[in-house]
Design a protein around this ligand. Sequence first.
Ligand code: NAG
Ligand code: NAG
Ligand code: NAG
Ligand code: NAG
Length: 259
Amino acid sequence: MMTLFCAIWSSFLVLASSSPIEKEITRADDLRYLIGYSEPYSTGVSYTFTEYVPDLSVVMMDDIIDSVCGTGLWILYDSINYDSNHEVCVYEGVNGCGTWDTFCWNVGSSLRYAGSPSGINNDYYNLYKGTTLRGEEFRGATDAADLGIFDLTISSLVVTGQSAWTFYEGLNFSGSAVCVYADQHISNNGTDLDFIHVLALSEIGLPNNSIRSVKRGCHAERVVGAPLNGTRGGGKTSMTSATEEMDAMSITRVHTVHV
Ligand SMILES: *[C@@H]1O[C@H](CO)[C@@H](O)[C@H](O)[C@H]1NC(C)=O
Ligand SMILES: *[C@@H]1O[C@H](CO)[C@@H](O)[C@H](O)[C@H]1NC(C)=O
Ligand SMILES: *[C@@H]1O[C@H](CO)[C@@H](O)[C@H](O)[C@H]1NC(C)=O
Ligand SMILES: *[C@@H]1O[C@H](CO)[C@@H](O)[C@H](O)[C@H]1NC(C)=O
């Protein structure tokens, strides 16, 4: 038993230490990544993620993550395949670190990011079948006249980048619609991340399971979030609406969404 444990543990350490340390040193500032740690405050065994992981046991990080450092908007789920019966644990930051509250400790079984697979702040949308960013997703950076098999199934969403996206209750950009901009902004040393997460469509005034098409830009009278004005870059930026404003020193957010 002990031998088996040691064998597993040492192969785990090899796996963990062969995570892309090189990349950490050479990576561009705006590359998305998340380092998951087995203990609070960025301590313990760690693993560096750059992609979706539907089953964290594959990288031997199932049910052990307590804290993280990283760039991007990352979501940790307590079940495999991005499902959750309890809490969904979210990290949002640019080269920052955070420790989740204890609800999120030792429960994460799958992990993925929201936003474009390329640039961290590229204009993008993620539409989820489940509320609170759970389940299968329809995602993209282009207009969608229909959502295919995701037609009338969307319950939550994320928008990243500076463009608005308009979500329609009809096919082909028809019917009642709402335009959604990012409402939160994180900036650190010249790297920006703009995003909004909508945990239930009622938050943006749409009925549950009502989205049928998506168009880039703001084409509806109903507007959620707000565009950012002025030049971008380091330092403090402000929002044009009364949405939560980030303290310039506060570059990360770690929070729990109760399902
Ligand atoms: C959407 O628009 C295209 C091109 O105009 C048209 O061919 C198609 O029939 C329309 N679909 C619906 C469901 O209105
Ligand atoms: C900020 O960004 C510049 C340019 O990319 C880089 O040279 C510098 O090391 C960064 N500073 C910090 C504190 O990360
Ligand atoms: C939205 O619909 C899905 C199923 O289609 C359901 O699981 C979810 O609870 C609904 N959400 C709300 C907020 O009504
Ligand atoms: C942002 O720009 C819009 C359009 O130019 C303007 O109406 C608005 O007052 C600006 N807001 C701020 C906070 O500068």
